[in-house]
Design a protein around this ligand. Structure first.
Ligand code: OAD
Ligand code: ZN
Length: 232
């Protein structure tokens, strides 16, 4: 049985990492095009970096929660892949190894000039940071609005969605493409779909099982469900 799990910001909410949309979301009162676009970075790289450094601080203090831990545990017991839209690295810190990052990683930097990609937890000591190879301004290695997703990660995600026997969707609002398409592709390819979210989303409509609750308790139920008899 092939299990594929798509995660979004909601899975890290109980770790204290703010989600993007909704009352206390990161996008509330912020225009994404002022921060998370290539144009914004050209206009004011320091402002963009200040926002990412603030998020890095929150993520550095955060710990993986029960939902992340359960996924790491399930990877040892099932043929399981995690496809995440999150840039926080909490899946890997919980022990997951089969993780596909669709939107990049906040701990990595990338040089737009020479293409160097590297990790630097101390990048915020002096912002905006520069490329150690060519001296150009470095950017966070994350996907911004209007940018393409990493091609191989995307190809692999579509492939996994088509192959999945069970496709679990945890903590995503399902409004950002192309990630939001993956559950539909899985469903159309015959997968059973399980959705964990305290609110209804475009995915809850196609769910075979909709667990209308937070990620930690919802994932406990998913774990039990798959342990016993499958999601039917
Ligand atoms: P959103 O902020 O759009 O949605 C978060 C979802 O998590 C909502 O559906 C909430 O109901 C749900 N949620 C909140 N608390 C939860 C909890 N404790 N347990 C489970 N679910 C909970 O975040 P994403 O769907 O991840 O992209 O957003 C997708 C993309 O939009 C992000 O990757 C980011 C953003 O713009 C880029 O920056 C490219
Ligand atoms: Zn460079």
């Amino acid at each position: 049985m092939k299990l594929v799990v798509l995660t979004g910001a909601g899975i890290s909410e109980e770790s204290g990492v703010p989600v993007f949309r909704g009352k206390e979301g990161l996008w509330e009162g912020v225009r994404p095009e002022e921060l998370a676009t290539p144009a914004a970075f050209l206009r004011d790289p320091e402002k963009v970096w200040r926002w990412y450094c603030w998020r890095r601080e929150i993520i550095a203090r955060a710990r993986p929660n029960r939902a992340h831990e359960l996924l790491a545990k399930m990877e040892k017991e099932h043929d399981l892949w995690v496809i995440t839209q999150n840039v926080d690295g909490l899946h890997q810190r919980a022990g997951s190894r089969r993780v596909i990052e669709l939107h990049g990683n906040i701990w990595r930097l990338r040089c737009p000039s020479c293409g160097k990609v590297w990790e630097d937890p101390g990048a915020c000591r002096s912002i905006p940071p520069r490329c150690p190879r060519c001296g150009s301004l470095a950017r966070p290695d994350v996907v911004w609005f209007g940018e393409a997703l990493p091609a191989e990660a995307l190809r692999r995600s579509f492939e996994l969605a088509r192959q999945a026997d069970v496709f679990v969707v945890v903590g995503t609002s399902g409004v950002v493409q192309p990630a939001a398409d993956l559950p539909f592709i899985a469903k159309n390819s015959g997968a059973r779909v399980i959705v964990v979210n305290p609110r209804r989303t475009p995915h809850s409509r196609i769910a075979d099982v909709f667990l209308e609750e937070k990620a930690s308790t919802g994932m406990e139920k998913v774990y039990e469900l798959l342990q016993n008899k499958g999601p039917a």
